[in-house]
Design a protein around this ligand. Sequence first.
Ligand code: P5A
Length: 449
Amino acid sequence: MRLSRYFLPVLKETPKEAEIISHQLMLRAGLIRQESAGIYAWLPLGLRVLNKVNTIIREEQNRSGAVELLMPTIQSADLWRESGRYDAYGKEMLRIRDRHERDMLFGPTNEEMITGIFRTYAKSYRDLPLNLYHIQWKFRDEVRPRFGVMRSREFLMKDAYSFDLSKEAARHSYNKMFVAYLRTFARFGLKAIPMRADTGPIGGDLSHEFIILAETGESEVFCHKDYLAFPVPSSDTDFDDVANLQATVDRWTSLYAATSEMHDPGAYDALTADARVSARGIEVGHIFYFGTKYSEPMKATVQGPDGKPVTVHMGSYGIGPTRVVAALIEASHDKDGIVWPVSVAPFEVALVNLKPGDADTDRVVDDLEQRLEAAGIEVLVDDRDDRPGAKFASMDLIGVPYQLIVGPKGVKAGEVEIKSRRDGVRRTLAPDDAVAALAAEVIAGRKLA
Ligand code: P5A
């Protein structure tokens, strides 16, 4: 992609309305634009990151055995009257009336709709277990939308819903999502700690929030330091191995970890002083087991092995991809801008042409672009006619992991320079060697560490 033909509206000034660094950088680096309070347009660069986040989420949901579908954003109020949540949900729900005076709503979540789909088709215990998910926009009329896409009114959610014959089987479905979430957040380069959580309007008695530690986090959290070094389950995890999955979940819930709502100062103070971590956190995922809370009133039953109807046990599992993008920036930035991990970077290499119009430099840049693209690497070529300093500043701001810098002097000497965004380390190499080094490092960086 050539920057001269792209759409990258970078801002020089820090917008005054943005209080936290991720919001400031998302506006400055041209990732998002506010359309109304808590409602954002995703600009091309932001959309590339969001799509990568969604791809990783999908891969890990699919690996765990969940199946993707897509439900609409607009729902009928009647479904919500069946569960009793239409009145209970309150002002956060955006209620709409259509031309036929029918009560509709913009979905804040999909427990009712998925239960409606399930009960139509699933008839037998042989149809279970089942986990259906989608990635779809939600609307919650938050009292205080703030921090950009971190707490917005319209936001993207990956929401999965599991159906099982018994509480024990539902526990296994819960554990599958628990492990899938550990892997998902690790692939973003984030350390997410599962914490016992309050269930709020979703309900149920078992729930974990997945929390990223960050100074600007909205919640106060307390946990054992050892969580930060726990190894993440590997890609060959057998999601059908009930005992092994339970052992993994047991381990990840064995030490103290709680948000302020669930905090137990006595248990926390019992930890040795050097094991205590008291910090702020961002909730990037939240999983729930709520048994028959929806299946009972909505009559979602299947025929059990003995021929009798069984009310199914359910859970729901959410990740906020739009919030994850902001959380990634909170966790990884420096004074010059964003520092994307390779796995979610909008481009993997920024190929900086220091002198567009200089025939020799242009030729080397064209050749490097073609070769990197042939190696499957996503390249953004900075071919704008601008000062080198301005180019470096904007490439640093947008946080592409590697800059490949080509100028007339280097070209004469048969050399190009690689700058690694994270540590600022620079290397001078022959063009062939630079392509080989970048291909190897980018491909390694895409994988789970
Ligand atoms: C679980 C899936 C639920 O809604 N029903 C379906 C359950 N859970 S939740 O915790 O309320 O939301 C799941 C995740 O969505 C993100 N999120 C938000 N992101 C941005 N702005 C918001 N206002 C917002 N509200 C929720 C979070 O990542 C949350 O963990």
